[in-house]
Design a binder for this molecule. Structure first.
Ligand SMILES: [Cu+2]
Length: 185
């Protein structure tokens, strides 16, 4: 193992996630202890994925801290305190692009959210709560396919603002961050 490379990888992840979870998410972030976080995350992905994943927690001051260094390329975190997830490298790039309002990354990514989410607007990626017209939707156990490379696949799924979260659907359709939501239960 190359220590220097590991350190750089961890730093890159921390930077990616602190921008991912900055701004809007930070203002409503619910801080959880490392122990609570590990408990929430352990059912967010298959056990074998979680076992080798890097775990990040957000400190009360908004900085990201590495709770556990992983070795399988996956990163688990809970950006809002209520949405535990595990992302591969492409998933992390996408999350960073979303939070920094940057262009959608080309790279295909995958994110597990097997505990479901706490609700999101299906039409406004930056909504922080339900309003009468922002198509709020809550999805149970699911996985997400993200990144511009997924575009041709995503096109064949429903992209209505009023989605049925029990079936595959496109979230944030027409934005650079549109992605496929695939319920798994
Ligand atoms: Cu999700």
């Amino acid at each position: 193992m190359n220590r220097c490379r590991n350190w750089r990888a961890a730093a890159a992840i921390a930077v990616a996630v602190s921008s991912w979870t900055g701004a809007s998410a930070l203002s409503q972030h619910k801080h959880v202890s490392d122990e609570e976080l590990l408990n929430l995350l352990k059912d967010a992905a298959p056990a074998s994925v979680f076992a080798g994943a890097t775990v990040l927690n957000m400190a009360p001051d908004g900085t990201m801290k590495v709770v556990r260094e992983g070795n399988n390329g996956w990163t688990c975190m809970d950006p809002s305190g209520t949405d535990p997830m595990c992302a591969d490298a492409g998933g992390m790039e996408w999350g960073k692009a979303y939070m920094t309002k940057g262009p959608a990354p080309q790279r295909l990514g995958f994110i597990y959210m097997l505990r479901g989410d706490n609700g999101a607007s299906n039409t406004d990626p930056y909504a922080t709560g339900e309003t009468p017209d922002n198509n709020w939707i809550k999805t149970g156990s699911h996985v997400m396919i993200v990144g511009a490379e997924a575009k041709s696949m995503i096109q064949s799924y429903p992209r209505s603002p009023k989605a049925d979260p029990t079936k595959p659907y496109v979230m944030w359709a027409g934005t650079p961050y549109e992605h496929l939501m695939l319920p798994v239960k």
